[in-house]
Each structure stands twice: as C-alpha cells, then as structure tokens.
Design a protein around this ligand. Structure first.
Ligand code: AHN
Ligand code: ZN
Length: 339
C-alpha cells in the first residue's frame, strides 16, 4: 500500500516537472506581444534604507539654507562632492557663473557623480541641491530663505542613498548622479518686475548646454523634486509624458511592481517647468520628473511649498522609501534586460 502511494506521488511530481518545462518552452516560442519587464527576483534588489535617506536630509539642513553665493551653500556642496567620492564615484564639479533674474551673478556648482565610468548603458539620476532664497509663498518673512527639507533636500538624499546601495551591491550598469545648482532662484512674483522666462533651473540649463562629457547620451534620465513629503502622490507629469512617455510608464510600472502604486498614480495631471524640460529640449536626453502633485492646493505642491514650513517635520520616511525603492527596481530591471 505504502509503495503504491509512493509510486503515485512520484508520478505526480514527474508530471508537474514536465508541465513546467512545457510552460517555459511555450513562453520562449511565443513571447507575449507587449514588452514584459525583465524578471528580477525581489531578493536581488537592494533594500533602500529610508533612515539613511532621512539622515541625509538632516545633514543638508545642518548647513543652513543652500543659497548660491553663501558660505552655507559652498560648505554643503563640498560635503556632497566628498560624500559621492567616499561612495566610490568619480566626481566632476562643474563651476560657472550665471545671471539671476535680478542681474545678480551667481557662482554655481553642478555636482556630478559617475558610477561605473566604463559602462556603456547608463541612466542619469538628478535633483537640485540649492534652496530657494525667499519664502514668497509664506505670509511671514517672505524675503528670507527657506530650509528646503523637501524642495531640494529630499531628492538629493534619496540619490545619496541610491549611491550608497550601488557602492555595496556594485551592479554592472552605469549611473550618473547630477545635483543641479540654482534651480530655485527663479523670479519671485512679489517683486512686481516684468516676468522673465527661464529664471528657474539655471544650473541644469548651463549643464544642458555644456555637457560634462562630449556626446554624453544616457538611455534616459529621472529627475526627483519634492519626493519626501508625508502622504505625497506622484502623477504622470505633462512634460515627462510629452518628451518621454515610455520612460514615465516604465518608472510607474516599476513602482507598481515594487508595491508603491499608492504613491505613483497612473494619472496624467500636472505640468512643470523643471530641470527635466531643459534636459529634454537642450540636451536632447529623455528625462522625466518625479514630482509631488497635491490635489488640495492651488500650487499643486504641498502647503509647505516655498514657505518656512519646508522643514524636517513635513518629511515622511515612507515617501522616501517609495521613491528610493522604485529607483532601485528600475535600475535592477534594466540590469536584467541588458545583462
Ligand atoms: C515652478 O514653480 C516655476 N516650477 C516648479 C519647479 C520647482 C520649483 N521645483 C522646486 N521648486
Ligand atoms: Zn522650489
């Protein structure tokens, strides 16, 4: 009797294995018509540490506001460059002088970290590291700079943590991390000057016209802007969908697979002049923007936006985690595709 049962179990197992082989064969012979993502076992994707990212925001805040032409700005810039170097990146600092909306000459630095210099297949990840010199959306102290925990600090912090994870796991892909300067020195409306175009994003405009490497052409770029606020949601922003719809969908799909579709909404709403616009139009690199969309405020950013409330208290590690883990998902799925 026992022997008979054993025999049946054995037969059952053999049939199971045979069926499975058949399935894989079927897949290989008839690939599905829609592009399927590279299957990466979740266990091979590094775990993004949001405590670490949160600390990197606190560290930036400890320098004070990072407004160009100030000592605090330069001290933070030196720390960022050193941090990238300590994580094994080749760092280039692109220094220049640009003119602000009011004629002020700004000494700026785009800080560029290169991971795996020799890899041909590369992804550009970027964020702005400067903070706004005024709080023009506040009711108090409008002419004083903001802390910039979310607007500036969060994108940089997430990318530093990604850089740390790359330094540990050492994947075979090229990644360039660019921290753009002078994104947020745009003309405040309270000054009542005639409105000038293109007064934001001065660092990325300069870089787009003066690439750090001749013929630099990554596969695509991902910009992070305001990626740490509590309960933030990220929608498929207009310029991202216009210039790089495939990249936008790729990232939103990766977010869903990583378990973060609550943060990344498949909704085409919101439009911004941000660094990615110049990267697309001048540098001709397909680049999207992951940027908060707030349905409840007229600005569509959080109520903290360009006010003194943009401090560490509005940051939620869960949001940092959703964005950082999504980036790692994108990077590792790419590895499966090119590896
Ligand atoms: C403007 O508000 C003009 N652009 C959105 C880009 C931005 C400002 N990101 C952070 N601060
Ligand atoms: Zn801003």
């Amino acid at each position: 009797m026992l022997r008979k049962i054993k025999y049946y179990i054995l037969c059952f197992l053999v049939i199971c294995i045979a069926c499975n082989c058949n399935e894989t064969e079927k897949e290989a012979n008839h690939p599905s018509p829609t592009p399927t993502p590279a299957i990466v076992p979740p266990s091979t994707i590094p775990v993004f540490n949001s405590d670490s990212a949160f600390f990197y925001i606190e560290k930036q805040l400890s320098f004070g506001p990072r407004v160009p032409n100030t000592e605090m700005h330069d001290a933070c810039g030196a720390w960022l460059a050193e941090k990238l170097r300590s994580l094994g990146q080749e760092v280039i600092i692109q220094e220049t002088v640009v003119e602000a909306y009011n004629g002020t000459k700004l000494e700026i630095q785009n800080i560029i970290g290169q991971y795996n210099m020799d890899a041909v297949d590369r992804i550009l990840l970027c964020a702005h590291w400067d903070t706004r010199p005024f709080a023009d959306q506040d009711v108090d102290r409008q002419d004083e700079p903001i802390p910039g925990a979310n607007d500036g600090g969060s994108g940089v912090a997430v990318l530093l943590e990604v850089a740390r994870q790359l330094s540990i796991a050492k994947p075979e892909i090229g990644i360039d991390i660019i921290f753009f300067d002078a994104e947020d020195y745009g003309q405040p409306l309270y000054e009542n000057l005639p409105v000038r175009e293109d007064t934001y994003c001065l660092g990325s405009q300069y870089w787009s016209n003066n690439l750090h490497k001749k013929n630099y052409q990554p596969m695509y770029g991902i910009l992070l802007d305001m990626v740490g606020a509590k309960d933030a949601v990220f929608t498929m922003e207009d310029a991202s969908m216009r210039y790089a719809p495939y990249v936008t969908r790729k990232v939103w799909n990766a977010a869903a697979r990583a378990g973060y579709s609550g943060y990344f909404r498949f909704e085409k709403i919101g439009a911004h002049i941000d660094d990615h616009v110049y990267i697309n139009t001048i540098a001709k690199i397909k680049c999207i923007d992951i940027i908060q969309y707030d349905y409840t405020t007229p600005s569509t950013f959080g109520a903290y936006w360009h006010t003194h409330k943009d401090n560490i208290w509005i940051i939620d590690k869960k949001t940092l985690k959703a964005v950082g883990q999504t980036l790692l998902q994108v990077i590792y799925e790419e590895l499966g595709a090119i590896g």
